[in-house]
Design a binder for this molecule. Sequence first.
Ligand code: CA
Ligand code: CA
Length: 233
Amino acid sequence: MKKTFRKITASITAALLCALPLANALTAGAVAKSDARYTYRKVFAVSSAKNIDRLVIGLACKTTNTDAPTANKIASGILQNTGGGAPGVYAGGANFYPSNHNVVGGLVSFHTHCNSPSDYKEISVTNLAYDPNGKLITNAVSASPTFLVGDINLDKKVNEADYQILHAGINKYAPNSSRYKFHYFGYLNVSVGNVSGNYSGYALDINNDGYLSKADDEMFKLYLESTLDRFAE
Ligand SMILES: [Ca+2]
Ligand SMILES: [Ca+2]
């Protein structure tokens, strides 16, 4: 019963409440501190040509110690952030119109900042792709789990151990200042010393540009030395 109600609430929120000002979502304890260290991200990506004209995405989460979800472009195109909410709930939303209907790889993402890794509480996700005739294309776009940016080894901490994996991954997949284009939902095999592991591709894209490159390494170093409070998106 509760689950059904949530689903209904989410679809109503996505369909009808998009124009509500975000101020409606602000309650006591909402919004991360300005120097909050933790960024959560969800990536929407497509693995093969699907003739996508419009992608409608949404991400609803609780407001406690958390900023409102905001959409970011990965592929080129037009992005319109919408969004609204109800007390205690953010309903981030966006429309994305890719420049290339047959784009492959990352399309868009949502990000939000939190005071601590345990603050992020997801409620629902919307992911609808339409062709140029306005027809729904089923299973066109995949959404990653919402993940803590920088926590590559999934221990809920962002630290030197994660950086070592990133650094080794760049040496293997993007050597000599080259760039490796992510397919996002595959795994990259990376070894640090004699420990080898498979890591989600999207987890290594620290700067969220769709590629693994030296720029990800540099951004992570700035974060570890606290020159950067948090990853932007
Ligand atoms: Ca970690
Ligand atoms: Ca990158």
